[in-house]
Design a protein around this ligand. Sequence first.
Ligand code: LLP
Length: 425
Amino acid sequence: MSAASLPGQPQVHYRGNELFVEDVRLADVAREHGTPLFVYSKASMLAALGAYQRGFAGRKAKICYAMKANSSLAVLQVFARAGCGFDIVSGGELERVLAAGGKGEDIIFSGVGKTRAEMRRALEIGIRCFNVESESELEVLSAVAQELGKRAPVSLRVNPDVDPKTHPYISTGLKGNKFGIAHKDAVRAYRRAAELPGLKVVGIDCHIGSQITFMSPYLDAMDRVLDLVESVEKAGIALEHIDFGGGLGINYSGEQPPDAGVLWQQLLTKLDARGYGQRQLMIEPGRSLVGNAGLCLAEVLYLKPGEQKNFCIIDAAMNDLPRPAMYEAFHAIVPVTRTTVAPATFDVVGPVCESGDWIGRDRKLAVEPGEYLAVLSAGAYCMSMASNYNTRGRAAEVLVDGSQVHLVREREDAQVQMRGERLLP
Ligand code: LLP
């Protein structure tokens, strides 16, 4: 009996030929709840959070989970109960945090396009900070806050112009990106923020990209940001906190990103050397807290041998798992029950009517119709990016806690999808 975890998946392992998450046999879960089904491990989420918490031991640090990675209420609840704050990017995310038990003082609001209505709601519930991304946003936020008789706490997202060495679609800290305020304009923007009557400057913020697997871009970005902290404070504007964003990568296919605790030891050494080690720190990790805590179970519907390719058609598709179609991303795919069937090479595809609907290419699998597969590393940017394309209901979700399985989202049916639509008279 081998019970070794799969690489990068601390809570996913085979016992004999059966795949488990924590103490739960996935074949049983798939039979009971149907497929496609997202399965999350609570222990794995808490372990990922623990690495950051260890890195920050003895420091003033707030971990604000970037909930765009996975905004399911039960996931938010796990992090809220563990003392996390939240990084949000919309009014919808704000309502989700409140529904999961989060408090305004634990929420920071990022994003380039906040609406007045979103700003108003965030001010009403007493949000911790707005991460502002442009000078025009500063003007609007100040006006909205004044209408409410409040001062909005703001941090400016600066663009450190550092290459995170990741996929171009998920790089955000370069000059050509829509995000952040250019390094050269930052002091001017801070001066303006300090003048505006509806604002109170509280911090500085940066985020350079996602799925970053090296330390060097973080170390470079930190130097660039600390240079700005110096300049802003020389201009007489005090900064209570420094927010270094998120972006730490995970192991999808053998990548070896630094452990969060080790990364932060290095970053804290630099902060100490430059005299900022005792400042209030904030971070906004998303993927690294949930990515490898989740997988998606799917049933093999048909095997379709072809002249050039063999296809393994499963019941999960690009609407459930959009990352391969969007970024040519790799997710490992493994059988839920290992069998003695002869393996063959397949493109694993879904039922959606698009050639882009593939989940894995050229995968060696020993499978037959009716068996279950697990698409790994599916805890981040899968369910939160899922759509109803082809009027496919979004998948159900369960959260595993030891030997317990909690259904945390029902499968969406067609009636739910049509709710809110109107037929013509
Ligand atoms: N903070 C800000 C301002 C962000 O824009 C993001 C992610 C994060 C934090 C969290 O980054 P993380 O720790 O998760 O890397 N859908 C893409 C990823 C998009 C990331 C967008 N911003 C994917 O599936 O790879």
